[in-house]
Design a protein around this ligand. Structure first.
Ligand SMILES: Cc1ncc(CN)c(N)n1
Length: 224
């Protein structure tokens, strides 16, 4: 069993819960309340700004030029392809780029991004990849599953589904999974279980991000 298969087995119930989450189901059939999607898009834009920084850190921590190049590709794709999707939806919602960038992060967004940045800053490359992988892998899986539903690309969230089901996104995800397998080959069990813990933590944050968006989470003093 590869290390990534071990990780996947450990978090399967949470990933299944992601697929069943009303937010994800609502994207799939196009029935999700637009206000919830709008909230998600703004928070996700903030999330991706920090997430992109992790790819830059990956390039810095990489041991060879080829791996540096792959991280550069991931950084480019996040800033210019994935975030362009957000900018497009924002334009439809009448939100400017400045508004997107200067929005306030909700508690879960802040906790999730700061956790990953902490791991990225303080750990080695394997820790960094373990922390960022649930993000790519779970969206690649969700995008592919939703895309199999007839008419999935024909409704208001079709572009979102198309993005994560795309060949490009699937390939970048597979590259990252393979990198983690390579980085963990021959590592002692205590290091593997530490990486498993990191992967589990960001997997939990992934679920919390759907939940946050569905509830349009706010800070306590913002609640009316
Ligand atoms: C919270 C979250 N997780 C994952 C992805 C996919 N990059 C995303 N855009 N946002």
């Amino acid at each position: 069993m590869t290390f990534s298969q071990r990780l996947y087995e450990n978090v399967k119930p949470i990933w299944r819960a992601n697929h069943d989450h009303p937010f994800v189901r609502g994207i799939g059939d196009g029935t999700l309340d637009q206000e919830k999607f709008r909230f998600f898009m703004v928070q996700d834009y903030l999330y991706l700004i920090d997430y992109a920084r992790l790819f830059a850190m990956g390039a810095m921590k990489a041991k060879d030029v080829k791996t540096m190049g792959e991280f550069a590709e991931l950084l480019h794709s996040t800033l210019n392809t994935e975030m362009e999707l957000h900018r497009q939806y924002a334009r439809e919602f009448g939100i400017s780029e400045e508004e997107l960038e200067s929005a306030n992060p909700a508690p879960t967004t802040l906790a999730y991004t700061h956790y990953m940045l902490h791991v990225g800053n303080n750990g080695g490359l394997a820790e960094l990849v373990a922390s960022l992988l649930p993000c790519m892998w779970s969206y690649a899986e969700i995008g592919k599953a939703l895309d199999e539903t007839p008419g999935a690309r024909d409704h208001q969230y079709g572009e979102w589904i198309k993005m994560y089901a795309s060949e490009e996104f699937q390939e970048l995800t597979n590259w990252t999974i393979n990198l983690l397998n390579e980085l963990t080959e021959g590592k002692p069990e205590h290091e593997l279980s530490h990486l498993e813990e990191i992967f589990l933590t960001t997997t939990r944050f992934e679920y919390m991000f759907w939940e946050m968006s569905y509830r349009k989470e706010t800070w306590p003093e913002e609640q009316q």
